[in-house]
Design a protein around this ligand. Structure first.
Ligand code: HEC
Ligand code: HEC
Length: 179
């Protein structure tokens, strides 16, 4: 077996063991969103809030968010970066964006958006919005331990690992989510 073929076989094997076993095409389908990080991303984008995985938004959203003028006014905050860092963070976000991913949540996020929709908020992606409709406001905006739906990691105990399953939700001041 040639070296390249061997590598391909090994990576396919690795994929299939970690894959979501349900349904057709399971070889390439993984749960959650891909857990990726580079120190620069954590430092640049994990200071004010949870370092959102690139697979939570499509490429066009990251491109728009990362324009210098938009970083300067990032939801009312200044998130400007030195040009070299901005380009490296952007490259990282685009490489792992939702539509490039084989992960279940990313695929659903990408599919829920129309081609002309470019949300800058993950919490405004139709799939993400729909998934949170049943949660009463007192558990989110009325909850000092959460405040905003965008604080994913306050409720999703495994958010940092890219897992958003409803059975790992623990809502501060309320407890485990029991659907
Ligand atoms: C100076 C603080 C700060 C820095 C640095 C920062 N952000 Fe933010 N970010 C915010 C604030 C404030 C919000 C708005 C929170 C809200 O209302 O949801 C936000 C919101 C977001 C949202 C939308 C969340 C949602 O679903 O509502 C994304 C995505 C995001 N930031 C990505 C990034 C990325 C990528 C970087 C690095 C380039 C970054 N942020 C750096 C402060 C910051
Ligand atoms: C107030 C706590 C809370 C916050 C904050 C929150 N979620 Fe959730 N999330 C939940 C609950 C509860 C459910 C399950 C809802 C249900 O069963 O109807 C859920 C469901 C989900 C699901 C579907 C899970 C499944 O098993 O079907 C995804 C994906 C998700 N959330 C992603 C996110 C992301 C991304 C963020 C941040 C932008 C976020 N959530 C913020 C509480 C939260």
């Amino acid at each position: 077996m040639k070296y390249k073929t061997l590598l391909l076989t090994l990576s396919l094997l690795a994929c299939s063991t970690a894959a979501d076993a349900s349904g057709f095409g399971s070889l390439f389908s993984h749960k959650g969103v891909k857990q990726v990080d580079i120190p620069l991303y954590q430092e640049s984008c994990g200071e004010c809030h949870f370092a959102y995985q690139p697979g939570l938004l499509p490429e066009r959203s990251w491109k728009k968010m990362m324009l210098p003028a938009n970083l300067e006014n990032h939801f009312g905050e200044n998130a400007e970066l030195p040009e070299e860092d901005r380009l490296e963070v952007l490259r990282f976000l685009l490489e792992y964006s939702a539509e490039k991913s084989f992960y279940k949540r990313s695929i659903k996020i990408a599919r829920s958006l129309k081609a002309d929709q470019t949300p800058l908020k993950i919490s405004e992606v139709p799939y993400i919005k729909r998934k949170h409709l049943k949660i009463p406001a007192k558990m989110i905006t009325g909850n000092k331990g959460v405040r905003l739906l965008s604080n994913c990691n306050t409720c999703h105990s495994k958010a940092a690992e890219g897992s958003y399953d409803d059975d790992t939700v623990f809502i501060p001041n309320f407890g485990y989510w029991d659907d």
